[in-house]
Design a protein around this ligand. Structure first.
Ligand code: SF4
Length: 489
């Protein structure tokens, strides 16, 4: 029987889910220990499962893949001793393709392949938009898939390449795939990182000690191991690190970068640096823009914790309305109730969030949240605030209406489940039952992210498809399945 694990957060069904996190280290003693720490810092990007592959010159490749949190698995000495060597990569996963929400251990990365020139392991953050057609083609030509993950296509494409070394085979494979990918890979001696030509998902380079190098989804994971942030891997760049030296390759046709703007709003940790900018500062700026665009008379500005906090601070600063912690998050919710009873399930969001009654009572409250997906949690939060005696509730949302699904490595509900795909802003306000509801405009979001002119139609700087419906890479598999793209204007 295949081991399976329930979803990590049974009550948290009203957020877009972060995709995955990748991390790799070379040139340090017991690299797997550093990878475990890095993955722990990237845990917000995936909580279902994690895996590490290491290489030791005497003991060869070793791997461990486990369900659950990094801290519950990769802190055990008995396990870490099985992952020796100066080179290791790892992955944390929330399933976005494959057995969604119901991960099997065979879907847990890194994946490993034994080639004629030696073994290689690969970990992928993102989602391939032509994985179905590639999979069909590869199976017809004799490939035997072990998992339901789109990322396994990369290993099979590498196996079919006629190139004589692993980096060249990775290039061959990645030239065949479409969509979003930030890949960390390793051979016996090399640590390799690649970003797709548009650079949709992040990947950064760090240094540790005299000879050590690090690749990570986010800079916050460099900090935890004391590594120095060097730079982003550029969109379309492959870096190959061996014997303490980094070489840069450009395997793809140049393209205009389209970094995921939702990383700025929600996915990345606020203590990370994205594209040279502090995520915290961008989110605070979003709050400032939001206050300029949608001012309202009120007594207090409260974040929906934790992701709404920097924007609420910015909103308060710009509007002059005092900031307060009107909602308190229970930090220890975790996976305490993996299989909740009906009674516990009915408590829903109250298990995770509680209203600070003394602060809220009789006040006109501005609630700042990062996004509205289905709207179910927003309604419950509004009920809690009104039950606590608030006089008015005004929702201010730090992203534009999420009206389109993401096909680039973020788990989004089907389009007909997205509130903004079904309703106008006024209809959403009535459905949520709040006194007012305003979203930041796409232009305002771009300004907050450092694009002073806002979003220019001719040259958008980010991927913003979940707001605009304009997909920078056609979601080919989904179109084949009948997904309706937005009609050209
Ligand atoms: S569709 Fe949205 S979540 Fe997906 S990559 Fe683009 S901006 Fe990010």
């Amino acid at each position: 029987m295949t081991a399976q694990m329930p979803p990590a957060h049974p009550f948290d069904d009203d957020k877009l889910r972060e995709e995955c996190g990748v991390f790799g280290v070379v040139g340090v003693k017991d690299a797997a220990n550093f990878v475990a720490l890095g993955l722990h810092a990237l845990q917000h990007r995936g909580q279902e499962a994690g895996g590490i592959v290491s290489h030791d010159p005497e003991q060869g490749f070793n791997s461990a893949r486990r369900f659950g949190y990094v801290r519950d698995n990769f802190t055990k000495q008995s396990l870490m001793e099985t992952l020796p060597g100066p080179l290791a990569i790892g992955h944390v996963r929330y399933s976005t393709a494959g057995s969604k929400g119901n991960t099997a251990i065979r879907d847990v990365q890194p994946f490993f392949g034994e080639f004629s020139m030696g073994g290689a392991a690969i970990a992928h953050n993102g989602n391939l938009t032509n994985a179905n057609s590639l999979r069909r083609e590869l199976i017809e030509r004799g490939s035997i898939f072990q998992s339901s993950s789109d990322s396994e296509c990369i290993i099979h494409l590498m196996a079919r390449s006629l190139q004589q070394n692993v980096p060249e085979r990775i290039k061959d494979a990645l030239r065949r795939v479409e969509g979003a990918f930030s890949v960390v890979a390793m051979t016996r001696t090399k640590l390799i990182g690649v970003r797709d030509p548009l650079g949709v998902r992040p990947l950064v380079i760090g240094r540790i000690g005299e000879d050590g190098w690090v690749l990570s989804s986010e800079t916050c994971a460099l900090d935890i191991i004391g590594a120095e942030f060097i730079r982003d891997v550029d969109p379309g760049e492959m870096v190959v690190i061996e014997h303490g030296l980094l070489k840069s390759h450009r395997p793809f046709e140049p393209a205009k970068p389209r970094f995921c703007i939702f990383e700025q709003v929600y996915f990345s940790r606020p203590d990370s640096i994205l594209m040279g900018r502090s995520v915290y500062e961008t989110r605070r700026q979003i709050g400032i823009e939001l206050a300029r665009e949608s001012a309202v008379d009120a007594d207090i500005v409260c974040p929906v914790p934790d992701s709404g906090t920097p924007a609420a601070i910015g909103f308060s600063h710009e509007s002059g309305i005092p900031y307060g912690m009107g909602i308190i998050r229970n930090q220890y919710m975790g996976r305490t109730f993996i299989e909740p009873t009906e009674q516990i399930r009915n408590m829903g969001v109250r298990l995770k969030l509680n209203v600070n009654r003394a602060l809220i009572k009789g006040k006109r409250v501005i609630l700042v949240d990062d996004s509205v997906v289905r709207g179910t949690t927003s309604r419950k939060i509004k009920d809690m605030i009104l039950d606590a005696g608030a006089a008015e509730v005004h929702f201010r949302i730090a992203s534009p209406p999420t009206a389109w699904p993401c096909f680039y490595g973020v788990d989004t509900p089907d389009r007909d489940k997205l509130l903004a795909a079904r309703m106008s802003e006024d209809e959403m306000r009535d459905y949520l039952g709040v006194d007012s509801l305003k979203f930041i405009s796409l232009d305002g979001l771009y300004r907050a992210a450092g694009e002073a002119e806002g979003r220019s139609k001719s040259c958008p700087q980010f991927c913003d498809a979940c707001f605009s419906g304009e997909y920078p890479v056609e979601p080919r598999d989904m179109v084949e399945k009948g997904f309706q793209l937005k009609a050209a204007e």
